[in-house]
Design a protein around this ligand. Structure first.
Ligand code: GLN
Length: 573
């Protein structure tokens, strides 16, 4: 049976519960254990697919097509594993499952109630996600004291009773403010969080104290007395420069040993932190520095601008930078500026590389196309992600192939040159199979072209080998392999995650190719229809686009091949 570690947050949101959860997982992995993580989101949405990214941050996409809260991304980036969508529970999913079952008469006339039916459903979902892991770390979303997470705390308490306290441990992550007018660290909000948690019958086994500075002895003592736990279980987690330092800092407090001891377990291997430490050092003091422009659509909320909506791209650049000892400074540029004032395009000369990220709708699109044109003609390294590939094709069609009216039908449904369009057959298939509306979601395979720059990047970073191994496993399940587009063995195939609706229109592929675009990878549907997955331009230092979102498969120590190539080439400028 797996051991469970429940991580709940006190005082306020945004204190780093997600990275703490991921760091605990990383530590236990280093002690030789198989770890996974579960995120509980107490909102009523079924998943994060319909949430506004400007309010909620980026939507994370899993291999199996889930649209999830970005915490799952944090876990994957730390743990270097693929986490399926079932590892995310929302209130909406739980209630929907119970009500659907009630409508089908499965409760045989019982009164369906919060206790036990909702509670059982939550526990079943947690057990399902646990699989064959040694440790399952469960992060409870929201803050202790929220009305919404009461059912989940109740269910966890009930799980504790089912499996015994020796198999489940509670970690409270709190925040200790240091008000600027007194410059003193305050423990009162933490004391109150402990009390609120105790109202659910839960007493934390560990308290992780987030604060601007490390906790001093008197404050550790105060929390020890108040929470009634040994002061060595009060762990200090001060602010740091990069989140990847957190496992190292928690280990300085011997958290791994203490957790294992709590469960009466021993370490299976000696932790090896050297490589992780080297990567962290390269993030903190890189040998080189580059400046990257991300040309996107940004919306300010009050006085705050939400760069969080591109968190995975941000992280993918950090990972690639860490592997190349290159510091990446990211500037977020609003593409609209390149529409009203074309002269401002020369600003882009100050950058070592330009990214156009994923996006939807028409806002700022002409500005993005102008920026892509500038990158192409001035030979500035360019990486186009999903919309960034589509708009690069539009730019090329207009300015190289001479199709002045070329566009994506997402923006211009009546264009005479729909180089990017929804494929009718594709729409039908997606709708019929109900892979989530009409979006192509989750992992799909791409067959890479021999001798292409893209193939070389997947080879050099070791990803081609990793993906080939995974594909051999997937081939065992024919229907799965079919969906992913793995039709035969022996081709140079890689897997990346997708979240989009439109495709390069097959009608224009020949013309684009003749004019100089290389389509260096494609997806092959079971009816042998080919959808373009990658573009590259020869005679350019680095001009690459992908229909996928490779940022979702980037991990510290295992960077995404395209980001790796992009950062490497940008640093040559
Ligand atoms: N809007 C485009 C599409 O739906 C691109 C989506 C994206 O960038 N994720 O195909």
């Amino acid at each position: 049976m797996p051991k469970y570690i429940v991580v709940a947050g006190g005082v306020m949101s945004g204190v780093g519960k997600g990275v703490t959860t991921a760091s605990i997982g990383k530590i236990l992995q280093e002690y030789g254990y198989k770890v996974t993580a579960v995120k509980i989101d107490p909102y009523l949405n079924y998943d994060a697919g319909t949430l506004r990214p400007t309010e909620h941050g980026e939507v994370w996409v899993t291999d199996d097509g889930g649209e999830i809260d970005q915490d799952l991304g944090t876990y994957e980036r730390f743990l270097n594993i693929d986490i399926p969508k079932r590892n995310n529970l929302t209130t909406g999913q739980v209630y929907k499952a119970v009500i659907d079952r009630e409508r089908q008469g499965e409760y045989l006339g019982q009164t369906v109630q919060f206790i036990p039916h909702i509670i059982d459903e939550i526990k079943d979902r947690i057990k399902n996600a646990s699989d064959s892991h040694d440790f399952v770390i469960i992060e409870v979303g929201g803050t202790i004291g929220d009305y919404e997470n009461i059912p989940f705390l109740f269910a966890l308490k009930s799980l504790e009773r089912d499996i015994g306290k020796q198999n489940l441990s509670y970690v409270l992550v709190t925040y200790l403010p240091i008000p600027s007018h007194i410059e003193e660290m305050k423990t009162k909000p933490t004391q109150q969080a402990i009390r609120l948690l105790s109202e659910h019958g839960i007493f934390p086994d560990f308290i992780i104290c987030r604060a601007k500075r490390a906790l001093d002895v008197p404050r550790k003592k105060k929390i020890e007395t108040y929470a009634n736990i040994a002061s060595e279980h009060v762990i200090s987690e001060p602010d740091i420069e990069t989140v990847y330092q957190i496992p190292l800092d928690l280990e300085k407090e011997k958290l791994g040993d203490k957790l294992l001891k709590e469960f009466g377990m021993k370490s299976r291997k000696n932790p090896e932190w050297q490589e992780w430490k080297r990567l962290v050092d390269d993030i903190l003091s890189p040998k080189k520095n580059i400046k990257i422009a991300i040309v996107g659509k940004y919306i300010d909320i009050g006085d705050y601008n939400l760069a969080d909506s591109y968190i995975s791209i941000n992280q993918a650049l950090i990972h690639a930078g860490a592997s190349l000892s290159t510091g990446v400074e990211i500037n977020w540029l609003d593409s609209k500026m390149f529409e009203s004032d074309k002269k401002s395009l020369t600003k882009l000369k100050n950058y070592d590389g330009i990214i156009v990220p994923g996006g939807f709708g028409s806002s700022g699109v002409e500005g993005k196309i102008n920026a892509i044109n500038f990158a192409r003609t001035n030979k500035i390294p360019y990486l186009g992600l999903c919309y960034g590939l589509q708009l690069a094709v539009v730019e090329f069609a207009r300015n190289v192939c001479g199709l002045k009216d070329a566009h994506t039908t997402e923006v211009s449904p009546k264009t005479s040159a729909p180089v990017i369009d929804v494929q009718p057959a594709q729409r039908e298939i997606l709708e019929k199979s109900m892979f989530g509306g009409t979006m192509r979601l989750g992992a799909y395979a791409a067959i890479l072209k021999d001798k292409s720059q893209i193939l070389r990047l997947y080879e050099d970073t070791g990803r081609l080998k990793d993906d080939e191994k995974r594909i051999n496993e997937l081939m065992k399940d024919k229907s799965q392999a079919f969906r992913l587009g793995i039709l035969e063995k022996g081709k140079k195939t890689v897997l990346e995650r997708h979240r989009h609706r439109y495709e390069v229109n097959p009608r224009f592929v020949d013309l684009l190719e003749k004019s100089g675009i290389v389509f260096s990878g494609h997806y092959e549907r079971f009816d042998r229809t080919k959808l373009m997955e990658y573009i590259e331009l020869p005679n350019h230092p680095f001009f690459i686009g992908t229909q996928a979102h490779p940022e979702f498969k980037s991990r510290l120590g295992n960077p995404s091949p395209l980001f790796y190539g992009f950062v490497k080439n940008a640093s040559k400028r």
